[in-house]
Design a protein around this ligand. Sequence first.
Ligand code: ATP
Length: 195
Amino acid sequence: MRIRRLKLSGFKSFVEPTELRIEPGLTGVVGPNGCGKSNLLEAIRWVMGEGSPKSLRGGGMEDVIFAGTATRPPRDFAEVSILLDRDGEDGGEGEVTRRIERGAGSAYRIDGRDVRAKDVSLLFADAATGAHSPALVSQGKVGSIIASKPVERRQLLEEAAGISGLHARRKDAEQKLRAAEANLARLSELLSDQE
Ligand code: ATP
């Protein structure tokens, strides 16, 4: 999976609709302190489903919405889209979008269709990437990996190996199994009551 384009609108300092094409090869983002370089990486993690405002340097998720300046009013929403080259079976291009509105929370779309947050995280987990991918190295990340516990390191390796999506599916399957077992138990009770 390769990110080909990033579109932002109202996300942190990117108040105006902004589009960045990411060409093959090495891409560098340069600019003075505070110009928004880290905000770009955070936009990628956010659209991939990042659920922790703290890891996006905010107190709440709505802090990703442009908060306004002395000369510009705040925005009511933030939206980020990434265009992907999908490898593997599906192939082709795909666009993932996340939007947040004040007071209304986040909504996700894949190729224009409304989807759940879980669908987005599974899409990226299956491609061995995602909001917590070790490939997205934010400030302080190297130090935190060195200081991490063995269980946390294992999670990193599992994400890199593309198997974290399997854990999520296993949890789902186990929940469905438990619900089916409860239904069966209830059914046997009803049957024995009738006998
Ligand atoms: P450095 O080189 O110092 O690490 P940087 O280029 O990575 O800086 P960022 O940390 O990405 O810069 O951007 C910080 C800027 O984004 C600050 O000017 C901050 O005010 C602005 N910013 C962050 N969140 C918002 C928001 N919700 N609304 C408006 N501006 C925001």
